[in-house]
Ligand binder design. Structure first.
Ligand code: NAP
Ligand code: G4F
Length: 320
């Protein structure tokens, strides 16, 4: 019988890539989707007929218990969250409810229904915030700088706590920023590549951005979901940093993305205070040595390949 996996956040960027990977590995895949007045299945429409979509919400523990009882997964990947850092200052309580307490609800549902389930938590490099050391690894202290980062620290530690308290096979991937043509339009990489495509095709002339000096370790989402899966195939649960080991500024992102379409970023980018954050994470760069050695993971796509892929995808969509 095929192994069963449940993905929360299947309608999001990572959920769609992880679903593709698990299907290719022969899993029966279920995805938790929350009720909405309009369907939001664009990222999974190409595989929807091979998925079981189940209704539930991280806000509602009963819905999680019912889904686990009905579907009986062997693996649960918790990718659902309010994941946009800037929105977390506007909606700090909701962010805490979904991104922090949602993890406890799901872990507790697992403890109640089937403690043999293997669990993956989507932890984040945002937890490092005002970084204590460069590069960041599994031993670097957390100093979150946003309500989102604080919520992710809670989600991370409750995962460790349920592992230690109830012996659950619960692992966290501390993933650095990862992007793709399926990235939400509000995140800076996609905002820039989509902006480049709109400018190139004459739909816009300007792109409004915030802090150009922030530096991030940007990788490709499709590479990163392989690390999630590898963590749950190990006998022993653990925590792993997943990153490229390279960092680039938002300014460099603009240079590369505009150049990919034959444009000069200086002619179009406008600094707009609306996108400056109350507190910033200035520099992230990860050390994924542990994941490389223990998971056999490596990133296949570098920053330049990633940005060029995203510009090409956005240009193709507008040209069509
Ligand atoms: P994303 O595209 O924003 O997807 C988030 C998903 O969570 C969506 O499917 C969303 O559903 C779902 N969701 C939100 N609130 C929910 C709730 N209350 N109940 C059930 N589902 C809910 O995020 P992503 O980039 O794929 O990231 C996946 C996870 O990794 C997130 O937890 C994120 O915080 C974390 N992470 C991401 C990165 C990165 O660079 N991408 C790095 C580190 C960690 P709707 O479609 O209905 O909104
Ligand atoms: O693309 P961003 O919004 O991503 P951020 O805040 O790093 O968070 C992402 O990565 C985290 C992992 O470290 C995830 F946990 C989280 O869920 C999310 O996926 O912003 C990146 C940087 C920031 O420093 C921001 O200030 O870009 C800067 N930036 C400059 N102008 C902008 C803009 N960010 C956005 N979203 N929009 C701008 O106009």
């Amino acid at each position: 019988m095929a192994k069963r996996a449940l993905i929360t956040g299947i309608t999001g960027q990572d959920g769609s890539y992880l679903a593709e990977l698990l299907l290719s590995e022969g899993y029966d895949v279920a995805g938790l989707v929350r009720r909405s007045s309009t369907e939001n299945f664009e990222r999974i429409s190409h595989i929807q007929d091979r998925l079981t979509l189940v209704s539930g919400d991280l806000m509602d523990e009963v819905s999680l218990i019912n889904v686990l009882r009905d579907f009986r997964p062997a693996e649960v990947y918790n990718l659902a969250a309010q994941s946009f850092v800037q929105a977390s200052w506007r909606q700090p309580v909701l962010t805490g409810e979904a991104t922090a307490l949602g993890v406890t609800r799901l872990l507790d549902a697992i403890r109640i229904v089937d403690p043999e389930i293997r669990f993956y938590q989507a932890s984040s490099s945002e937890m490092f915030g005002r970084v204590h050391s460069v590069p960041q690894n599994e031993h670097t202290a957390f100093y979150p700088r946003s309500p989102y980062g604080v919520a992710k620290v809670y989600g991370h530690w409750i995962t460790v706590n349920y592992r230690e308290s109830y012996n659950l096979h619960a692992s966290s991937g501390i993933l650095f920023n990862h992007e793709s043509p399926r990235r939400g339009l509000e995140f800076v990489t996609r905002k820039v590549t989509n902006g480049v495509a709109r400018i190139k095709t004459g739909l816009d002339t300007q792109l409004h951005l915030g802090n150009l000096e922030a530096q991030r370790d940007w990788g490709y989402a499709k590479d990163y979901v392989r690390a999630m899966w590898a963590m749950l195939q190990r006998d022993v649960p653990d925590d792993f940093v997943v990153a490229t080991g390279e960092t680039h500024s938002v300014r460099e992102l603009c240079e590369v993305a505009f150049a990919a379409a034959g444009l000069r970023w200086q002619d179009h980018v406008v600094i707009d205070q609306a996108f400056i954050r109350p507190a910033e994470v200035d520099l992230l760069v990860g050390d994924a040595t542990k994941a490389q050695h223990q998971l056999g993971w490596k990133c296949e796509t570098d920053f330049y390949g990633l940005v060029e892929m995203m510009v090409a995808a956005d240009l193709a969509a507008y040209e069509k």
